[in-house]
Design a protein around this ligand. Structure first.
Ligand code: SAM
Length: 288
């Protein structure tokens, strides 16, 4: 009979946030798979837990998963922890968990601290619908793609960031998304816990003179759908009718004209006449 993998959340700063179930799981396991064994040793020592550990971090997770799966198949119970918060959330764990499911190993979880849920819940930002992006990609091309996508994201956007990259990230967010309401949470559950509620522009200004300290969760208001519509409208109105028609290359001319008319909020006949006028110089009128 195989053992069980328990995905176990640990504190994000304040050790008193460990749950009774987490302590029981860590104490009762045959093995703890830890992102950084030295870091987790601090937690184990604090609670006088002596369970053996094996490391499982982003650079060895794929290989280590084989070893951990072998132990699970021998019937051993393994607890997976990361340095802080919930494993597999911007942390190692996803590969091992997936491999367990593929091999029919039972997976369970001990829920607990997670930085972005903690920050969102205390931020006062719209929390019914949100998107968690974790850390923005390091490569500038991928980062630009994500930022472009986030420009039209209407749900609350949540990001993680380290202090030494905070200023640059805030500047890039302001440039890409425009000024938006924001909440910046740092040092959550610790002595210097702080939540700043300001706009992105104000945050950029604030951190020009204040040194960013501690790990951050950034929460940004989503795009305003009304503003997006107005921007889109303005973009269409700056196009010629011929260019606008080219946005719908797969539609028959009549259908494309209907679309253009709807986009611009004008009758289809006006589109037809405008196209006629534009095409006059080419000697080629629109077909409808
Ligand atoms: N698995 C973790 C979780 O469940 O939140 C996240 C791990 S990720 C490697 C680390 C990032 O989480 C930090 O850079 C920071 O953005 C955020 N974070 C972790 N602890 C935090 C805290 N106490 N206060 C604010 N942000 C924190």
């Amino acid at each position: 009979m195989s053992g069980t993998l328990t995905v176990c959340a640990t504190p994000i700063g304040n050790l008193e946030d460990i749950s009774a179930r987490a302590l029981e799981a860590l104490r009762g396991a045959d093995l703890i798979a830890a992102e950084d064994t030295r870091h987790t040793l601090g937690l184990l020592n604090h609670f006088d837990i002596r369970t053996p550990m094996i490391s499982c971090h982003k650079d060895n997770e794929a290989d280590r998963s084989d070893e951990i799966l072998a132990r699970l198949k021998e019937g051993k119970h393994v607890v997976l922890v990361s340095d802080a918060g919930t494993p597999a959330i911007s942390d190692p764990g996803e590969i091992l968990v997936r491999r367990c499911h593929e091999d029919g190993i039972r997976v369970t979880a001990v829920p607990g601290p997670c930085a972005f849920i903690t920050a969102l819940s205390m931020s006062g930002m719209p929390s019914r619908r949100f998107v968690f992006e974790g850390f923005l990609p390091a490569s500038s091309k991928e980062r630009a793609e994500v930022l472009a996508r986030l420009r039209t994201e209407e749900r609350t956007v949540i990001l993680y960031e380290a202090p030494h990259r905070l200023r640059k990230t805030l500047e890039q967010l302001l440039e890409a998304l425009g000024d938006r309401p924001a909440a910046l949470a740092r040092e959550l559950t610790k002595v210097h816990e702080e939540l700043l509620r300001m706009t992105l522009g104000e945050a950029v200004e604030y951190y020009r003179t204040t040194e960013p300290r501690g790990e951050y969760v950034l929460i940004l208001g989503g795009a305003d759908p009304g503003e997006l519509t107005r921007e889109q409208q303005a973009r269409w109105e700056n196009m010629s009718f011929t260019e606008h028609m080219q946005l719908y290359p797969d539609l028959p001319a009549k259908e494309a004209m209907k679309k253009v008319a709807r986009d611009r909020g004008i009758p289809r006949r006006e589109v037809y006449e405008a196209l006629l006028k534009e095409k006059k110089t080419d000697g080629d009128g629109p077909s409808a």
